[in-house]
Design a binder for this molecule. Structure first.
Ligand code: C5P
Length: 229
């Protein structure tokens, strides 16, 4: 199977309250453009040829306007109450098209500076036969696990932090979001976890510290500084 049509779902419907900005997080500007466009540029340079962005319903017009300047076809759909709901809505939009893509990446708009090489690595792994692909980085902090009786240090050499974009065969991601396990998935914070619950193996590829998630005002300062070096 060629698997050469690659779409990306960009989830940007979070409230972003921890950023304490007046605009939705994805529309906050750094280095002269909204976070959303930095993410979209990385995805398209990395090989994505079609986009569906999940945004808060009342912001669909703003997002559509921001996306008008970029080169690949892009639609904006209403997100949902949870990140998973937002992905599911965007996936439904992709599946409703006459010729749905073969490969779907799911990316957090909150990770604007993911390097295009990471995007390309994820796409290549799906095209080479892995049905679910996740970029990860080593954990550099020492980590403690909390318990009722105190805490213990965890061996960080066996831990990896999970990033996006995560890449999937579209049919597999669609099945994962249709599965009953999704109904009580409050602990599911990424898409690969759902696919894994269907019994598929998840392939790890090298991510990048640059793909950090913007959550707090401090993270925004970090991203701005990264753009200046
Ligand atoms: O809240 P969290 O940092 O996990 O959000 C990760 C990404 O999911 C963000 O880009 C956010 O906009 C998106 N999201 C969404 N719909 C929600 C909640 C989060 O699209 N209901």
């Amino acid at each position: 199977m060629a698997l050469d049509r690659v779409a990306a779902i960009v989830v940007a419907a979070g409230s972003g309250t921890r950023l304490r900005a007046s605009a939705p997080k994805a529309l906050v500007r750094v280095g002269g453009k909204p976070l959303l466009l930095w993410a979209v540029e990385a995805l398209t340079v990395g090989g994505v040829t079609e986009l569906v962005v999940a945004a808060a319903a009342e912001r669909i017009a703003d997002f559509t306007q921001v996306l008008a300047s970029q080169p690949v076809p892009a639609r904006v759909v209403a997100g949902g109450a949870s990140r998973g709901d937002s992905v599911r809505n965007a996936l439904a939009a992709l599946n409703a098209t006459a010729a749905p893509p073969d490969v779907v990446l799911v990316h957090d708009a909150a990770r604007p500076l993911v390097p295009p090489e990471v995007v390309a690595r994820v796409i290549a792994a799906v095209q080479d036969g892995d049905v679910a692909v996740v970029p990860v980085i080593p954990v550099t902090d020492t980590v403690r696990q909390l318990a009722a009786s105190g805490s213990t240090v965890v061996d960080r050499s066996i831990l990896r932090a999970v990033q996006t974009p995560q890449g999937f065969r579209r049919d597999v991601l669609t099945a994962a979001y249709a599965a009953p396990a999704f109904a009580n998935s409050t602990a599911v914070t990424d898409d690969a976890t759902l696919v894994e619950r269907l019994g598929y193996a998840v392939r790890l590829v090298e991510g990048s510290p640059s793909a950090m998630k913007v959550t707090t005002p401090h993270d925004l300062v970090m991203v701005s500084a990264m753009l200046e070096v």
